[in-house]
Design a binder for this molecule. Structure first.
Ligand code: NDP
Length: 328
């Protein structure tokens, strides 16, 4: 189609924003035939830096980029938005309690949800990247009563991609040979990466890996703590891989997941797999006709259920905390 899709990115002047915007503008997210109009939202102090990024976007002369606008008001930035990438968030400062962090993020994601409710296009799709992503998505969704809750998603895709890469390396195959891992629960160190139904080179992953101890003692913690390992090695948090995961998430949502494979999405629970209804939790999902659907009927072992329960328990705690703070 030739009508540009309006994509709003918050925290556009940040590290992830810098790794994300150029790929969106190049067509990596919505495909080579879809022009995009970018709207960058920043806090007032970062607007100048966002202007610099916009100058570089101009200088790329991307054929698909039909315009870039910069805002410091959520209402203006989300007017007519089709795809909203909520990247900017309040990082945990030294000595900051969880309640303070949730309250600070409530002050960001509540008003952004309200602005989306007020002005977004009817097909709006929202991906929350800024942490704590699942609960920030819950806050935004609860301020957007006129938008279906299933349009507010949280990013589990970076954990998912990390899991694919770890399995491929262990099995000595290319990453394209690995599919159908699931990251259940919260995007946090308590996530539950699950290979029970994963496939490596057409065979069940558990029998290819054939090492339960490696899965439990190396694979799961490596995936769950990968963010900290990147900070340790690079001296800065992962940005390009987070941006890449956001691109993958939206591309699959809009264009569909490949036949026969699923991905991991933070999606509002309908009660599937015992996850309390209304929580935004990681699930195995396919995208059909532009909508995420939770893959149903997977067997869940007792030990997997225990891992899911721990992570979902953290989501329940976060939800109860933001409820107590009056943020949802
Ligand atoms: P980044 O761009 O590196 O990160 C942004 C958010 O993404 C953080 O919450 C970060 O969480 C999260 N994130 C999710 N996955 C990852 C991952 N794998 N690796 C790293 N981060 C991940 O932060 P910057 O500080 O560079 O930039 C943030 C920008 O957001 C600033 O320019 C700030 O001005 C802006 N901002 C904008 C707001 C708005 O538009 N209203 C509101 C608040 C901030 P974590 O903290 O856990 O690393």
């Amino acid at each position: 189609s030739t009508t540009p899709v309006t994509v709003t990115v918050t925290g556009a002047a940040g590290q992830i924003g810098y790794a994300l915007l150029f790929r969106i503008a190049s067509g990596a997210m919505l495909g080579p035939d879809t022009p995009v109009r970018l709207r960058l939202l920043e806090i007032p102090q970062a607007v100048k830096a966002a202007e610099g990024t916009a100058m570089e976007l101009d200088d790329c002369a991307f054929p698909l980029l039909s315009g870039v606008d910069i805002y410091d008001s959520a209402e203006a930035a989300f007017d007519s938005v089709n795809v909203a990438l909520l990247v900017g968030a309040r990082p945990r400062g030294p000595g900051m309690e969880r309640g303070d962090l949730l309250a600070a993020n409530g002050g960001i994601f509540g008003p952004q949800g309200a602005a989306i409710n007020k002005g977004a296009a009817s097909d709006v799709r929202v991906l929350v990247v800024g942490n704590p992503a699942n609960t920030n998505a819950l806050i935004a969704a609860s301020h957007a009563p006129d938008v279906p809750a299933s349009r507010f998603t949280a990013m589990m895709r970076l954990d998912h991609n990390r899991a694919l890469a770890q399995l491929a390396a262990r099995a000595g195959v290319g990453v394209a040979a690995v599919s159908n891992v699931t990251i259940w629960g919260n995007h946090s160190a308590k996530q539950y990466p699950d290979i029970a139904h994963a496939v490596i080179g057409g065979r069940p992953a558990p029998s290819v890996i054939a090492d339960d101890a490696w899965v439990a003692d190396t694979f799961v913690p490596t995936v769950a703590k990968r963010g900290a390992a990147i900070i340790e090695a690079r001296g800065a948090s992962s940005a390009a891989s987070a941006a890449n995961a956001a691109i993958d998430h939206v591309r699959d949502w809009v264009l569909g997941t490949p036949e026969g494979s699923w991905t991991s999405v933070g999606l509002v629970s309908d009660g599937s797999y015992g996850v309390p209804e209304g929580l935004i939790s990681g699930f195995p999902c396919v995208s059909r006709d532009g909508q995420w659907e939770i893959v149903q009927g997977l067997s869940v072992s007792e030990s997997a259920q225990a891992g899911i329960d721990v992570s979902v328990g953290e989501l329940v705690e976060e939800r109860d905390a933001v409820r107590e703070l009056g943020l949802i």
